[in-house]
Design a protein around this ligand. Structure first.
Ligand code: GDP
Ligand code: MN
Length: 379
């Protein structure tokens, strides 16, 4: 679960991370008052759970309270990567001398917490990883020692923190680690961590991703869940007990079983396509669940073709086929679909789908190839 920048900053501030003054609001008039209270130029920032707000026009400088009101009016209601901005953070503007990246993640490869820092701050770390991987400096926490001072000092040196700010940097690194451990987070990140013209370190942006499986022991954090902004599809999937993860590709997939879903996604990639989602309808899914799953897939505008890969065991192929037909009668679409049904009642299932003019395939390889070709042909 992701939380908003202002919430992440509040948490990190409790650990001693320096953050600029600020307050959230959903009203331009109030943005003006907040800016007035701060008494200096401010930055008005969209609070949405997606990255790259700056580039999308969701971060604006305002020299005066009047400006702050106008910028808040611009940003509130704006659409950023599919989410509507409901709130803005009005925060003290900083004069930036340098922007640094600093982040902690739970790293599966090393089975420990990995701290990454880079002098290429302000840009997304994934981009630095692609274009200049040598500019990312890595250091690992120790499960028993935590993140020791000497390692944090090494990082400060490696990233070129001025000697007079080393102590402050070390504190911030350790705060980020402690916050991650205490909150059961999978990521705590400050990007950019800036050095101001006044020679101070300051967290201008913060991100925390919480581990959903640990939320039961963090009721206070769970209360921060932003239902309005959680992906509509993911919310509906939860309602129908479907495992759904949205991805960036164009081939929607509906599969029964997590392992089979992953194999299906691999096959799509093997044939040059890319999956639009991971979706496991689980064992024994009935028609209504299948219909709900298909509606979720089709509500994703980037889906150009749908691939069904159903292995009928407890799940009956005819039942799945009926669900598909039901969904199609409710949500008419011209998105091409390919189904591969094998196992219990497969002939009946194929007959139902053929009657509904849906393409079928005998093997997963054939189905994946057809779906990828269909996705490329359909725009
Ligand atoms: P993101 O685009 O969602 O990551 O939003 P950020 O909060 O990281 O802001 C993007 C960029 O806007 C930062 O990297 C800074 O360059 C700039 N920015 C943000 N806050 C300030 C500020 O207070 N002063 C100045 N001068 N620039 C800022
Ligand atoms: Mn940022």
């Amino acid at each position: 679960m992701k939380i908003h920048e202002f919430q992440a900053k509040e948490i990190l501030a409790r650990y001693g991370v320096p953050v600029p003054l600020g307050q959230v609001t959903s009203s331009p008039a109030e943005a003006r008052d907040i800016a007035k209270g701060i008494g200096k130029p401010v930055v008005v920032k969209a609070q949405v759970l997606v990255g790259g707000r700056g580039k999308a026009g969701g971060v604006k400088y305002a020299a005066t309270p009047d400006d702050a009101e106008a910028r808040a009016a611009d940003i509130l209601g704006m659409d950023i990567k599919g989410t509507t901005v409901q709130r803005v953070l009005v925060t003290e503007a900083a004069n930036i001398a340098r922007e640094i990246y600093l982040g902690m993640i739970v790293d599966r490869d090393s089975k420990s917490v990995l701290c990454m820092t880079s002098a290429e701050g302000g840009v997304e770390i994934e981009q630095v990883a692609r274009t200049a991987p040598e500019k990312i400096i890595r250091s690992y926490a120790d499960p028993f020692l935590g993140f020791p001072e000497f390692r944090a000092r090494q990082l400060a040196f490696a990233v070129g923190i001025p000697p007079n700010l080393t102590r402050d940097f070390v504190k911030i690194v350790r705060a980020l680690y402690q916050a991650l451990v205490d909150a059961d987070a999978s990521l705590t990140e400050i990007n950019p961590l800036v050095i101001t013209n006044q020679g101070q370190l300051m967290a201008l942006d913060a991100k925390i991703v919480l581990d959903d499986n640990a939320l039961f022991r963090h009721k206070d954090l769970e209360a921060l869940r932003d239902l309005a902004e959680e992906q509509e599809q993911e919310r509906r999937a939860r309602e129908f007990d479907l495992s759904y993860v949205k991805l960036d590709g164009t081939v929607g997939c509906m599969v029964n079983g997590a392992g089979l879903a992953m194999a299906t996604m691999d096959m799509i990639k093997l044939y040059g396509g890319s999956p639009a989602n991971f979706l496991d309808i689980g064992g024994g899914a009935r028609a209504d669940k299948v219909a709900a799953a298909l509606r979720i897939i089709l509500s994703d505008k980037s889906v150009r073709a749908v691939l069904f890969n159903i292995f009928g065991g407890i799940t009956r192929c005819d039942e799945v086929a009926r669900g598909v037909v039901t969904a199609l009668s409710e949500v008419p679409t011209d998105v091409p679909m390919v189904a591969r049904l094998v196992g219990t009642n497969e002939e009946e299932g194929r007959r139902i789908l053929a009657a509904a003019h849906m393409g079928t395939a005998g093997t997963l390889a054939e189905a994946a190839q057809k779906a990828v070709a269909a996705a490329k042909g359909h725009s």
